[in-house]
Design a protein around this ligand. Structure first.
Ligand code: NAI
Length: 358
């Protein structure tokens, strides 16, 4: 990102520091899969955020239309949309600071996220090849499921090209956190509190690998609630996605809430890139992104996993610190133990993926 202007309202002796701290930056955000159910509202939210000055949209269909439509919104971002012909992917990715990937197929009723592997693994692999070639330094945010496997797929593509920087790769698990906030507020019968409620959600992003740490919620559950409420709430957070898949009745999975969550995470990353300090968000990351912090997490989970979702501190170079899970209740320890086998298998499956030419 390049600094372009300063806040003129600052008094002169503050000018230099405000230049460093409050500088507006040029940020190019790219969405791959931008014409889809998540891609379109995500692109809209990015277009309406003044921190984004360039927005690149890529899909195998409809991106010129989506880009033309969004380009009429009176916000700073310059929007461009490309399709595969004539190096569309490379054109979209040129100069990207942040690349967000919601490309691929969503679930239908009865499907697990792992059922999507067959199709989405190849899609994510090929997009990662493009990113490694054109924007190897960009922050890569993976939404496409199964996230537990697609993040290792991206990492392997980068590793094979000698370009892997674990600090810059993020699996987006923000929707689990957003759901946890909402569902805890519902149990407390006060939805107005939901924006303030922070519940760490760790592990991975599918079923039992989603582990909400309700004992660390910023807002405790009502005193009257017992084990049953805790277990029901945990299950609802783990399988909240199924509620949407069922209600959409075969037409897809969460798109609008995911776009909201994806934009929230992406904007946090963009703010970190622009120099804002102390930004913390849970994300599914390679535990080598911060070897010291990663080693603590491995000890806490009792297994040498390469990837895990936990709170991470993000800075201008990506992951600065992997934060520990902290004090866990016996119930939460059991949930983590139950998450580890599925997570291990999903990571191995992703890391072992090889593209067979189609
Ligand atoms: P969708 O089918 O509405 O959109 C996907 C888009 O990807 C389509 O526009 C399609 O044309 C495009 N696409 C397919 N192959 C492509 C390629 N090779 N290059 C570029 N674009 C390509 O699906 P939706 O609902 O937007 O979901 C997308 C993904 O996000 C799914 O894998 C879904 O499981 C996942 N998801 C992840 C969540 C999370 O919390 N991380 C939450 C909800 C969904």
């Amino acid at each position: 990102p390049i600094s372009t202007s300063i806040n003129p309202s600052q008094s002169p002796h503050h000018l230099f520091s405000s230049f460093l701290l409050l500088n507006l930056t040029m940020v190019k955000a790219v969405v791959l899969g931008a014409a889809g159910g998540i891609g379109q509202p995500l692109a809209l939210l990015l277009k309406t955020n003044p921190l984004v000055t360039e927005l690149g949209l890529y899909d195998i269909v409809n991106t010129p239309g989506v880009a033309a439509d969004l380009s009429h919104i009176a916000t700073p971002a310059k929007v461009e949309g490309y399709l595969p012909p004539d190096d569309g992917l490379a054109k979209t990715l040129k100069g990207a600071d942040v690349v967000i990937i919601p490309a691929g197929v969503p679930r239908k009723p009865g499907m697990t996220r792992d059922d999507l592997f067959k199709i989405n693994a190849g899609i994510v692999h090929d997009l990662a090849v493009g990113i490694a070639a054109t924007a190897p330094e960009a922050f890569v945010l993976v939404i496409s499921n199964p996230v537990n496997s697609t993040v290792p797929i991206v990492a392997e593509v980068f590793k094979r090209r000698g370009k892997f920087n674990p600090k810059r790769l993020f699996g987006v698990t923000t929707l689990d956190v957003v759901r946890a906030s909402t569902f805890v507020a519902e149990v407390n019968s006060d939805l107005s509190k939901s924006p303030e409620i922070v519940v760490p959600v760790v592990g991975g992003h599918s079923g039992v690998t989603i582990v909400p740490l309700l004992s660390q919620s910023s807002h405790p559950l009502p005193a009257s609630s017992g084990t049953e409420t805790l277990q029901a709430l945990t299950k609802r957070i783990q399988f909240g996605g199924d509620e949407v898949v069922k209600a959409k009745d075969g037409t897809g999975s969460a798109t609008l809430s995911m776009a909201y969550a994806g934009a929230e995470f992406a904007i946090k990353v963009i703010k970190a890139l622009a120099g804002e300090k102390g930004l913390v968000a849970p994300s599914y990351v390679h535990l080598d992104a911060d070897k010291e912090g990663g080693a603590v997490v491995k000890k806490e989970i009792g297994k040498e996993l390469d990837y895990f979702s936990t709170n991470v501190q993000i800075g201008p170079n990506g992951v600065e610190k992997i934060l520990p899970l902290g004090n866990l209740t016996d119930y939460e320890k059991q949930l983590i133990a139950a998450a580890v086998p599925e997570l291990t298998a999903s990571i191995e499956k992703g890391a072992a993926f090889q593209r067979t030419p189609t």
